[in-house]
Design a protein around this ligand. Sequence first.
Ligand SMILES: [Zn+2]
Length: 285
Amino acid sequence: MNSKQKKKSPIVVIVSISCVLLIAILGSVYYKYYIAQSSVLQNDTKNEQQSEESDEVDGTNKVDDPNSESSVTEPPEDNPEKKPIDSTTESEQPSTEPEVVNGYLVEQQPATEPTYVKGVLIVNKKIPLPANYNKGEDPTAVAAFEKMAAAAKAEGIELVAFSGFRSYEYQTSLYDRYVAKDGKDAADRYSARPGYSEHQSGLAFDIGEKGREDVWLTSAFGETKAGQWLVNNAHKYGFILRYPLGKEDITGFMYESWHFRYLDGDLATKVYEAGVTLEEYLGIE
Ligand SMILES: [Zn+2]
């Protein structure tokens, strides 16, 4: 008997322990369910009396039955409480975005270093050069222009680079003069503020045709034989039409049929073949 009892007793113990555990599990599940249900009722009446316990339960409520909670109990309070959190984070984004006027960042500090994007010196309305960036005409760019001018001359077109490097000081006097003449908003469309002119890089040229000074600095130049020749051939010599027609919102400047930018290597050809602006090609916002 003793030996039988000893053999049976572990089974009895295991079964009884299993029963106790099962009851305990069922009990705890029911208890959680009960608490969850009762907390819904509590939330209905006592939102302010949320204890640490009901915070935990609150989390399960939101996952379990968000619809019944919001539709039955408190839709007018609950939804406005949740949605303003989203809308405030959304409305914070525009307010934290820098203010832009005529393409310029209102609170931008003067540059202390030139900016290179993927190895390319960039000057635009959001990326200025330091006032002391004063390297003059880039000799490689000048040589490239002369090579291009020789090729054009062979086809009966005499190109003139009538404006190249401009110092920060010179651009200041130029811009101030335009502002006095046409006002700041108009001047910002066709002339860069000091520090923001690509001419300060020594890599930009305003190009015209000798004998057609009447269309220099006008969009009409782009329709002349010389202007068309440049559009189709400048990239072969390392130049791109920097401010194409219809891209003012990207480049910040109105169409300038005369303004060409020198780029190293075959980058000009790549930009030309991509049919995009320099900003787009380099992924500059
Ligand atoms: Zn120019």
